[in-house]
Design a protein around this ligand. Structure first.
Ligand code: ADP
Length: 454
């Protein structure tokens, strides 16, 4: 929907001089209205084009009004001018040019207002709609945005109507900002900005509504994150406190028991350290502070080193840990340190969630079609239920049934995903069958984006 007043005025036939000038003045005033509205929009909604429009539109409208007064006084003194007199008047041609220029400007400004992602309403002192942009119509419904009716303001929560009355009453110098929920069945949260547009004869107000569902969701996720982190920190902290208190009180005299408590303190401190380090690593990647130093990296070689590092733990648990490499083409454009971090995470998970005596195999393969090197870590461990698979790479997610099997933070796989996908442009995934085992895999491009292998 455009501004009907604006379009009507432009379409009006200009059979007489007065009619033609009225047709000229109307868009000029409309342009002024839109420009003034722009001047009162909040900072982020009042781009320079709107402010510039305020001065240009105002100047042109003033000139038009002045010319109109001039013409009407002339028409009182003299008989109506003939068509030939009109054509002979050079200032009339100029006015025609100006009228056209104003029309074009108005169309541009209207198009821009129509393109805004925020809902914009211009209402008069009675709360009647003068203008509603496309987003306002989508948000409130076309039936509520009919010009000349109060339906739009009535459809909004009552505080909007009160804010309109207040800013109009204050002569256009006041602004109100608040958040409320629409009465649309979904209670869509919106940030409302009401600004008086007092420069125009009768008081008017601009009502701007911004859908803040995404912001609310982000806030909710932040709170959830803080509460999860607090919970994750509290568990090792209480174990630490308990053990430290017993040692400090001198309650435990048996040296073996003392050593046990010291071991708990060491384990929990390591867990805390791991938790905080992983959180910081994820945070740095999300904040764009970690960059992968991409170089030609042999992923098979890194896998062999990781397997060697994890071999003592595998031996302790009697798990057969091996690496099988492709004959060739195991080189990818990757950061060796980060690749090692991902592989160690996946191998240590495989060991953690595989019963003693099981098997864990690391395989390196190439996908020549996709031009990627694929690393898989297979185990014949406890597996993962299908319902858990979509959540596995999320933050702090731990499979409920597997919790008792090993301690963890639920952050390792999230970090792996960030390293593989965000820093290397690769892919990570999992196939698993509860009771049969899992295959975690990731694929890294052989060449850096935009660079082809020789
Ligand atoms: P955690 O520190 O809990 O291991 P991760 O993010 O590495 O955190 O893993 C998330 C969850 O995924 C784990 O808690 C576990 O339930 C499950 N998981 C990860 N790897 C395996 C695996 N190889 N076999 C079975 N479950 C796994």
């Amino acid at each position: 929907m455009g501004n009907p007043g604006l379009h009507d005025a432009r379409r009006r036939p200009s059979a007489s001089v007065g009619g033609r000038r009225a047709a000229f003045v109307a868009p000029a005033a409309a342009c002024l209205g839109i420009a003034v509205l722009g001047a009162f929009l909040p900072e982020d909604l009042a781009p320079s084009w709107l402010i510039a429009g305020a001065s240009a539109g105002g100047a042109i409208a003033a000139l038009a009004l002045w010319r109109r007064g001039d013409a009407s006084s002339a028409s009182h003194a003299a008989p109506a001018p003939s068509a030939s007199t009109e054509n002979d008047d050079p200032s009339r041609a100029q006015l025609e040019l100006l009228r056209r220029a104003i029309e074009i400007r108005c169309e541009e400004r209207t198009a821009l207002l129509e393109g805004l992602a925020d809902a914009v309403l211009l209402v008069d002192s009675h709360g009647e709609t003068l203008y509603a942009n496309r987003t306002a119509i989508a948000l409130l419904g076309a039936e509520n945005c009919v010009p000349g009716t109060r339906a739009a303001v009535a459809a909004l929560p009552p505080q909007v109507g009160r804010a309109v009355s207040a800013v109009v009453g204050a002569g256009g110098v006041e602004r109100r900002r608040f958040e409320c929920e629409l009465r649309d069945g979904e209670s869509t949260p919106v940030a409302v900005h009401v600004a008086g547009v007092g420069a125009v004869r009768d008081g008017r107000a601009a009502v701007i509504l911004r859908d803040v569902r995404a912001e609310r969701e982000a806030d909710r996720m932040k709170s959830q994150f803080v509460s999860t982190v607090s919970h994750e920190l509290r568990t090792p902290l209480s174990a630490l406190r308990g053990s430290a208190e017993m040692l400090a009180d001198g309650e435990i005299e048996n040296p073996a028991e003392q050593r046990d408590l010291a071991r708990i303190i060491l384990e929990e401190t390591t867990r805390l350290e791991h938790l905080v380090t992983t959180m910081l690593d994820i945070n740095r990647i999300e904040a764009g502070m970690t960059r992968a130093e991409l170089a030609e990296t042999d992923l098979a070689e890194i896998a062999t080193r990781c397997v060697a590092e994890q071999q003592p733990e595998a031996l302790r648990r009697r798990i057969a840990l091996s690496v099988a490499r492709a004959e060739q083409g195991t080189t990818a454009a990757a950061d060796p340190t980060l690749m090692k971090q991902v592989m160690l995470n996946l191998i240590s998970n495989a060991l953690k969630y595989t019963p003693d005596g099981g098997t864990v195999a690391v395989e390196i393969a190439t996908d020549n079609l996709a031009r990627t090197v694929v690393v898989s870590v297979r185990d014949n461990g406890i597996g993962i239920p299908a319902a858990a698979l979509p959540h596995l790479f999320g933050k702090f997610y731990r499979v409920e049934n597997n919790r008792h099997f090993a301690k963890g933070t639920g952050l390792g796989l999230n970090l792996c995903r960030k390293i593989v996908e965000s820093l290397h442009g690769g892919q990570i995934g999992v196939d698993s069958q509860p009771g049969s085992g899992s295959r975690f895999w990731f694929a890294i491009p052989m060449e850096q984006a935009g660079r082809k292998a020789a």
